[in-house]
Design a protein around this ligand. Structure first.
Ligand SMILES: [Zn+2]
Length: 253
């Protein structure tokens, strides 16, 4: 008996309630298609790939921060080495330009030059250590760049696949929306408005079939006397379910 109403589509339906149940079926179909479009597997996979990209970007930023700290330290050391070298040259010039000075002064100058050279060598050694610390970070950055490139390739294919699937899904939705628009335009305005208010309030279902003694909207049995009363209303009379308030459509039973 449910099929009768379904098969009636487009075959010169006159009863507005039969038309209304068609509109309801199309609205449910639209909701199903919208849900399926939102849940396209490519969309989910793309979200995961993009999350992966953000994670790699965060890792890159972290490694680059650590690398920058080392570079700063290296820069400071290079400046120290340059200052010590300049001082070293100054002292050497003084040493070679001071032939008449006392032996004790020359000794002190020589000692200072040696001390400076030792200090500079220490800093240069520390600078080498800092440069070595950078090596694993550079390797990590290269690895992350590879990982990112792979993820970007995957994300790129997913974007293309999603665009294609989404276009197909959208085309289906547009077809059903069109059919719904045509059917809804043939409904009396008051009935359509009543249906829209109920549909908005009752989880997308404003009209339901009376299947046997059962309301197909709330799936509750109606008392037999009530069903009898409803079935004897003249065709086209708008009746609602006592339990859920939805418009009940009596199909030929
Ligand atoms: Zn009901």
């Amino acid at each position: 008996m449910v099929d009768d109403a379904g098969d009636a589509g487009g075959t010169g339906v006159q009863d507005p309630l039969d038309l209304l149940i068609q509109v309801q079926d199309l609205d449910l179909e639209l909701a199903r298609l919208e849900h399926r479009r939102a849940a396209l597997p490519e969309r989910r996979e793309l979200v995961a790939a993009e999350a992966g990209l953000r994670q790699v970007d965060a890792q890159v930023a972290d490694v680059e921060d650590r690398r920058r700290v080392l570079l700063d330290r290296q820069g400071e050391m290079e400046a120290q080495v340059a200052a010590l070298s300049a001082r070293h040259r100054q002292l050497e010039d003084r040493l070679y330009g001071s032939r008449g000075s006392a032996a004790r002064d020359l000794q002190a100058l020589d000692a200072e030059i040696h001390q400076l050279a030792r200090h500079r060598a220490e800093i240069e050694e520390a600078e080498l250590a800092v440069m070595e610390e950078q090596e694993p970070l550079d390797a990590e950055l290269a690895r992350l760049a590879d990982e990112r490139a792979q993820l970007e390739t995957v994300a790129g294919s997913l974007r293309a696949a999603l665009a294609a699937s989404d276009a197909v899904a959208q085309a289906e939705i547009t077809n059903v929306e069109h059919a719904r628009g045509v059917a809804a335009a043939r409904l009396p305005t008051a009935l359509l408005d009543h249906y829209e208010v109920l549909r908005a309030r009752l989880g997308g279902v404003g009209a339901a079939r009376l299947v046997g003694n059962r309301c197909d909207g709330c799936h509750l049995e109606l008392p037999s006397a009530e069903v009898d009363r409803l079935r004897h209303q003249p065709p086209g009379t708008v009746v609602t379910c006592d339990q859920c308030g939805r418009i009940l459509v009596r199909t030929s039973a």
